[in-house]
Design a protein around this ligand. Structure first.
Ligand SMILES: [Zn+2]
Length: 73
């Protein structure tokens, strides 16, 4: 998944479906909000971990994603 940039040059944070987040919670994986890559062995409460795919510190655990409202409506 490509990284999107807004007009201000900031990374546009990705959103994930509730299903994706539930799956990630069960599998102990997390998602990168910059590129959308799924990461294995990510604690549910992980925050700002480094993404192996894009290098951004935008990797979050499933519970954090849910709490921060990164759920697709
Ligand atoms: Zn990434």
């Amino acid at each position: 998944m490509a990284i999107e940039y807004g007009k201000s040059g900031k990374i546009v944070a990705k959103r994930f479906t509730l299903e994706e987040i539930e799956q990630a919670s069960e599998n102990m994986t997390g998602f990168c909000r910059a590129c959308g890559e799924e990461a294995a062995c990510c604690e549910p409460d992980a925050r700002n971990y480094k993404c192996e795919a894009c290098g951004a510190r935008q990797m979050f655990g499933a519970e954090e994603l849910f709490l921060m409202g990164a759920v697709k409506a």
